[in-house]
Structure formats: C-alpha cells, structure tokens
Design a protein around this ligand. Sequence first.
Ligand SMILES: CC(C)(COP(=O)(O)OP(=O)(O)OC[C@H]1O[C@@H](n2cnc3c(N)ncnc32)[C@H](O)[C@@H]1OP(=O)(O)O)[C@@H](O)C(=O)NCCC(=O)NCCS
Length: 262
Amino acid sequence: MRARRLRIRELRSPAEFAEASQAAKAAWGFPDLMVPPPPDMITATHSGGMTAGAFEGEDLLGFVHAVPRTNLGRPAIHSHLLAVRPAAQRRGLSVLLKLYQREWCLARGIGLVTWTFDPFMLRNAWLNLVRLGATVPVFLPNFYGRIGGIYGDLPSDRFEAHWRLESPRVERATLGETSEVKPEEAAALPVVRSGRLPSTNRALLPFPAGFPEVFRDDPAAGIAARSRFGRSAAALFARGWEAVSVVETADGPAYVLERRSA
Ligand SMILES: CC(C)(COP(=O)(O)OP(=O)(O)OC[C@H]1O[C@@H](n2cnc3c(N)ncnc32)[C@H](O)[C@@H]1OP(=O)(O)O)[C@@H](O)C(=O)NCCC(=O)NCCS
C-alpha cells in the first residue's frame, strides 16, 4: 500500500473546522463544554487569525489555531490551540504545524507568536522551549479559572510563551537545533527557593514531576505546589528573568531561567 502524503495547509471549509474541533477533543480528552466551537475558530481565522491542519489524504491529524493579538505594540498572533490526534502523536507533526505557522506569520510581517501552557507539563515545556526555541517572560495565575478535567480543582496557572520568530534561537530551532541544557550543566546552577532571588544570571526553578497524576489523590498538595511555584515565577519574571529551557535533573524537572539583558 502506498503511504499517503502528509501536507500542512490552511483549513478551507466549515467541515474541516468541525474536524479540527473533534481532533482537539481527542487530543485533550476534553469534556464537550471545553471543545472549541467551529464558528469561533472560523470567525477568528476570518478576522486575521490562522488555522492550519496536518492532512494525510483527507484526514486531519492535527491542527494549530491562532487569533490576532493587538496589545503588544507589534504585529503578533496568539496561538490558542495546538492538538494532534493521539494515534498520530510522536511523529513530529506539532513541530511541522508550528513551523508552518512561523512561515505564515513571516509572510505577513508578523514577528511574534504567543501562547500559554501549563508550567507543570514537562512535555509541553520541552516542545515549546527546547524544540521550538520559545521563551517565557510571563506567569498568568489561574488564567482560565477552575477548568476541571485532568486538573481537578487545581488553578489553571499558565506560562505565556513568546516565540520571537526571527531571533537566533528560533532560527536555530527551524534547523532542528534545540535549546537543550545538559543535566551536568544544570547541576552547576543555583536553585531558586521560594522568596529568595538568585544573585547569578542563570538559575533553576524546579517543578513537580509526574503532573497531573501525582496530585490526583492529594489536591491540597497540588494547590500548595502551584502556589509556591507561581510566587517564585511571578517574582522572577517581574524582575526581568525569562524561562529559556527545561531540564530533568536528579531531583526532578526544572526550568532554566536567565536574567534578560536590558
Ligand atoms: C503536545 C502535542 C501537540 C504534541 O504533538 P506531537 O505531534 O505528538 O509532538 P511531536 O511529535 O512534534 O513532538 C515534539 C516534542 O513534543 C514532546 N512530546 C510530544 N509527545 C510526548 C509524549 N507523549 N511524551 C513525551 N514527550 C512528548 C517531545 O518532547 C517531542 O520532542 P522530542 O522529539 O525532542 O522528544 C500533542 O501531544 C497533543 O495534542 N497534546 C494534547 C494537547 C496539548 O497539550 N496541546 C498544547 C501543546 S503546547
């Protein structure tokens, strides 16, 4: 049997947006309430946003969806959704979708893409910071309110990724070069403890391994961990620090933070 060709392209019809909505539901395992309605995605795309799918033949395996962003003082979009159907994951589709999004933006004079992700989700952090070369300068406490599902009663704290499309680190990412920090390099960095800011220009901010399962039977511990982490992250970002990578140390996962030069 011939392999069907994989193609990344913009969505073209309401039926394809309905497919995207279903793909999102499959990827997140969302309750129906949380599935993005196709009319919302169509409207945002019509109004200067973008939605692109990874198609194998007629099948939509994954998609990326962004809305126009007008409050950062420069041309930008906010990428609200990235989802790949479970059966098509681990084939590099999310990276292909994001690289298509980058080209789409550059062709329109847009140099910045933002999006949010759960800071305790190691695999998303790895994709965003290490593979794509985004950095994180903003912490958004309980951004969506309590959303239930895999989060139970935890606040929906988010990191905001900034993907500066023409920065050297993102240019490198397009060539497959990652922003990886080796564990032995990380071992030499100071660890941020709550309430204490480091005196160096590089430091580690740890977060719990095994999220969200690790807090399933102890939501109070999850809320406490969220709150400790959030306080440190917010204090660092307010003083010009950015998360630039993520690393798995002997003590668990941690963000690598750097103090931005003025
Ligand atoms: C996150 C998601 C979009 C990744 O899609 P994907 O096409 O499987 O990802 P890729 O094959 O392009 O992999 C890219 C990186 O993602 C990470 N990753 C993806 N799935 C992973 C998994 N199951 N376990 C560990 N890492 C994973 C890997 O780090 C991978 O980099 P690597 O090849 O250097 O290890 C997909 O798992 C998904 O739809 N998840 C639910 C929705 C979601 O969380 N979206 C937000 C993304 S910020």
